[in-house]
Design a protein around this ligand. Structure first.
Ligand SMILES: NC(=O)c1ccc[n+]([C@@H]2O[C@H](COP(=O)([O-])OP(=O)(O)OC[C@H]3O[C@@H](n4cnc5c(N)ncnc54)[C@H](OP(=O)(O)O)[C@@H]3O)[C@@H](O)[C@H]2O)c1
Length: 333
């Protein structure tokens, strides 16, 4: 089979399509014929060596959708040919409140991932594809949708009628935050460095869109506009410091990434405003099932662009340049 493998640390230019053996499966795994996969910032970070213990060569890719090609002997409730989508969160553990930090891993390093014609996946991580979605759409959901679902609902406890601020709406996860917020009837304010992305976010239902690059004092603007109940952020750095200025007393800030590095925050507004800063990563099996249910009900993910498998370098370039709005998909057929 063909697999997109990383051979050296130093960037996506070290990815190559190789001919490799179809992976064997254990009795509790399924072999999935991948039809579409999607990129995450994690894939890019791995090519740059920004993860510990990278063993090379490795097949990247956390997001995938396709059909069941073969089943282990212990698998009862799926059949060969079923259309499925993969939960990339492996070994979450038994506690829905937090993952088992010693055991939890993510598909696509160290476990060979979805940028290949076939992937061996533990059966607990294989879910039926929501019927309304195409393979490209289903592949766009898993990692980003799961992270967003947990950030918005499980950790952020967003309620209908509340206002959420989504910083850097061009990010893969943040477009799902916007979708979910509007789906339950919350107000959504978005920021981006790109007017084009702000326009697209408005088309997806954003109530207010602010360019954070041309309005660096956006917290002041927001304090005069609307009380912000929840902020969902993955940029960290300056953005987290400013979020503390923007949030209403008693508000929540949920953080799932630190693209712009560490943050130094003011202590006074943190305790005086009774702000809760909540960390989150990926999501539990319960989060994944609840997230998929939203798509069974007809929600559609924002797909930025679909690339052919052979054009993977161009797909990585698009992510690296932050040109995408929504998910960058790789077609693997
Ligand atoms: N913990 C987890 O489970 C988990 C899961 C997924 C992702 N993450 C992390 O979350 C981050 C985003 O991941 P992703 O896959 O969604 O990446 P992505 O699609 O590449 O999105 C990155 C986005 O960050 C935004 N950004 C950059 N600088 C910003 C700033 N100063 N203020 C506000 N926004 C800024 C940009 O938004 P604009 O273009 O709109 O300006 C950009 O589009 C990464 O650090 C990733 O590692 C963590």
């Amino acid at each position: 089979m063909r697999a997109l493998r990383l051979h050296e640390i130093g960037g996506p230019q070290h990815l190559r399509i190789d001919e490799v053996a179809v992976p064997p499966i254990t009795e509790s795994e399924a072999l999935v014929r991948i039809r579409a996969a999607a990129l995450n910032h994690r894939d890019l970070f791995i090519t740059q060596g920004l993860y510990p213990k990278i063993a090379l060569p490795v097949t990247l890719g956390s997001d995938g959708a396709g059909e069941v090609a073969r089943l282990g002997a212990l698998v009862a409730d799926l059949a060969v040919g079923d259309e499925v989508v993969i939960d990339p969160m492996l070994e979450w553990g038994d506690n829905p409140r937090v993952w088992d930090a010693a055991e939890a891993t993510i598909l696509g390093m160290p476990h060979a991932g979805t940028f290949a014609e076939y992937a061996a996946v533990p059966i607990d991580n294989v879910y039926r594809k929501p019927p309304p979605l195409s393979m490209d759409e289903a592949a766009a959901i898993p990692l980003a949708g799961l992270t967003a679902y947990r950030a918005v609902f499980t950790r952020g406890a967003l309620q209908p009628g509340e206002t959420v601020l989504i910083t850097g709406v061009g990010g893969g996860v943040q477009t799902f935050v916007l979708l979910f917020a509007k789906h339950i009837g919350a107000q959504a304010i978005v920021t981006s460095s790109s007017d084009e992305k702000l326009k697209r976010a408005r088309a997806l239902g954003a109530d207010l869109a602010i360019n954070y690059a041309t309005n660096p004092d956006w917290p002041k603007l927001l304090r005069a506009t609307a009380p912000i109940d929840l902020i969902v952020d993955s940029s960290g750095g300056e953005t987290l410091r400013k979020s503390l200025d923007a949030i209403r007393p008693g508000g929540r800030i949920v953080v799932y990434g630190g693209t712009n590095g560490d943050a130094t925050i003011k202590m006074f507004p943190l305790f005086w405003k009774h702000v809760a800063i909540l960390g989150t990563s990926m999501g539990s099996p319960q989060d994944f099932a609840a997230m998929l249910e939203l798509f069974n009900q007809g929600l559609r993910p924002a797909v930025d662009r679909v690339f052919a498998f052979g054009d993977a370098p161009a797909a990585f370039d698009r992510l690296a340049a932050a040109h995408q709005f929504g998910k960058v998909v790789l077609r693997v057929d």
